[in-house]
Design a binder for this molecule. Structure first.
Ligand SMILES: *Cc1c(COP(=O)(O)O)cnc(C)c1O
Length: 382
């Protein structure tokens, strides 16, 4: 089987893990945690990095530190992983959805602006508090118009850069735009700690609050006394040791991903029936967190069938995200009643991603591409 994702762990990972064991520093108090926080924050150009247990809980503390609470609305894309919406719902807030751009698969910025103007100017909506920007699969969201509209209406920005390590927008690092930004270090991300996440900010007060929320909101002057409920979302020294080793190679990893994306594009560009990710936009080159393909409307089968066909050739795939308005858990809560987001719905049904891990080899990429080509040509002839 060609795995869909496989990390590269052949740098200093073992050495640093051994250091943890040799010194006995395995909890979150160990020195690698601070080191990883400082070094990662520096790569994103941010003042503070607060390491947490994963990217999803990074969003939980981010939303809470952004002051989102009962009845507050947060605008976000319909097409994303559940974590951004879940964090808002858990905080008592309401996600407000916007459809995607069919070419970049990111939130449609024009529709976002119209939605915000309608919400605020039409209904004098005082509940809209923030925008969760999610960069999807490899291309950054067009940030300038979002920063402008957020500024005009006093909205906070939570930036979900979980898939964007090493990516930039107009030369500025992704993860440096939000009032609060987050990353994930799950093994399929560019940098992994097994499980892990980071919350970043430049604001001293927010940083302090994030640290407190991550650590059960212990009162600094008297441990075991609490004025607020926090979480234990701490990252261990073992995880951070992996992170420090991985971060040493971020440039190499990004270059590998770009080579993978360019080779796939070259091999697949004339294959009938599939849409490929854009290699670049006006503001960034694709970083190919994953290499997604979308089956065109004329193809007589959907992404699930395509995944089964590829599995028969021992090629691993993953489906695209499933849109938030079609999530049974949110429908049962009465959210997004009757709402439709056609681009998100199509991406969910016609999109999948092919093997994209850092450990993928060139001959595997060629085999995957050749197999896709044969499947698509055969389907065209029938
Ligand atoms: C991976 C991911 C997350 C969640 O990160 P975990 O570490 O898996 O919890 C959140 N948002 C996006 C966009 C992601 O891709």
């Amino acid at each position: 089987m060609i795995p869909v994702n496989e990390p590269l762990l052949n740098g200093n990972e073992k050495k640093y893990l051994n250091e943890c064991i040799d010194t006995g520093w395995i909890s979150s108090e160990g020195p690698f945690v601070k080191k990883f926080e400082e070094q990662f924050a520096a790569t994103v150009g941010r003042k503070y990095g607060i390491a947490v247990a994963n990217g999803s809980v990074a969003l939980d503390v981010a939303v809470t530190a952004a002051g989102i609470g009962k009845g507050d609305e947060v605008i976000m894309p319909a097409f994303t992983i559940i974590s951004p919406a879940a964090s808002v719902v858990r905080a008592g807030g309401i996600p407000v959805l916007v459809d995607s751009d069919p070419i970049t698969w990111n939130i449609d910025v024009e529709k976002l602006k119209i939605k915000i103007e309608d919400e605020i100017e039409g209904k004098e909506n005082k509940n809209l508090k923030a925008i969760t920007v999610v960069h999807i699969y490899g291309l950054p969201v067009d940030m300038d118009p979002i920063l402008e509209v957020a500024d005009r209406y006093g909205l906070k920005i939570i930036e979900d850069a979980a898939e964007m390590h090493g990516q930039t927008y107009k030369g500025k690092p992704c993860g440096s735009f939000g009032d609060i930004s987050i990353f994930s270090f799950y093994p399929n991300k560019h940098i992994t700690t097994g499980e892990g996440g980071m919350v970043l900010t430049d604001d001293d007060g927010i940083a302090e609050r994030l640290r407190s929320l991550r650590n059960l909101c212990f009162l600094p002057q008297r441990r075991f006394v609490h004025e607020e409920l926090g979480w234990n979302f701490r990252m261990t020294n073992l995880q951070a040791a992996l992170g420090v080793a991985q971060l040493e190679r971020i440039d190499e990893f990004i270059a590998r991903k770009r080579r993978m994306g360019i080779l796939y594009t070259e091999l697949l560009k004339d294959v009938p029936g599939i849409e490929l990710p854009l290699a670049k936009t006006d503001f960034a080159q694709n970083i190919y967190w994953v290499f997604g393909i979308v089956l065109k409307d004329e193809v007589p089968f959907d992404a699930e069938t395509m995944a089964n066909k590829l599995a028969a050739y021992k090629i691993g795939t993953r489906p695209f995200f499933w849109p938030m308005h079609e999530q049974p858990v949110f429908q049962r809560m009465g959210l997004f009643n009757g709402e439709r987001y056609p681009v998100a719905e199509k991406l969910a049904r016609r999109g999948l991603y092919i093997p994209s891990g850092l450990a993928l080899k060139e001959d595997q990429i060629r085999r995957v591409a050749q197999t896709i080509k044969e499947i698509m040509i055969e389907s065209e002839q029938r």
